[in-house]
Design a protein around this ligand. Sequence first.
Ligand SMILES: [Zn+2]
Length: 153
Amino acid sequence: MGGAMDPIPCFSCGDYFPSSPRHKSQRYCKKPKCQRAKKAEWQRHKMHTDPEYKAGQRQSHQEWLRANPNYWKGYRKRHPEKAERNRILQIIRNRRRRKPEGSDADTDTSLIAKMDASKRNDFGLVGQFWLVPVIAKMDASKIVLRQIPAGYD
Ligand SMILES: [Zn+2]
């Protein structure tokens, strides 16, 4: 049965590495990518367990954004599609926020109804749209509407 020097599997890559009697809680091998994984894991753990650390991280993120004011401008340029999607999602979030509490379903219905009304006579509606689910955790997906040529069906 095992002594302290028995090899143990790395949490990140799964390779066995010799455990050190001095670092009994060591779970990651010495590879740089596994050390990075170890640090990321530690940060995740801290974020969950240490409110002060979490606040500090948030603040440094905001400071970073302040120091790099062009980051989002550049991001939108690099990902125009995502920027457009975020813009639409923000509009929807804003509309939801304006509604009194407990009327989530109504919000979406009225929003849809409004869009529907404005497009009622526009059956030539063709293009690219974001399909935004009512369930917040689901991601929006892109759909493309195309006109089926007459006589096709
Ligand atoms: Zn490893």
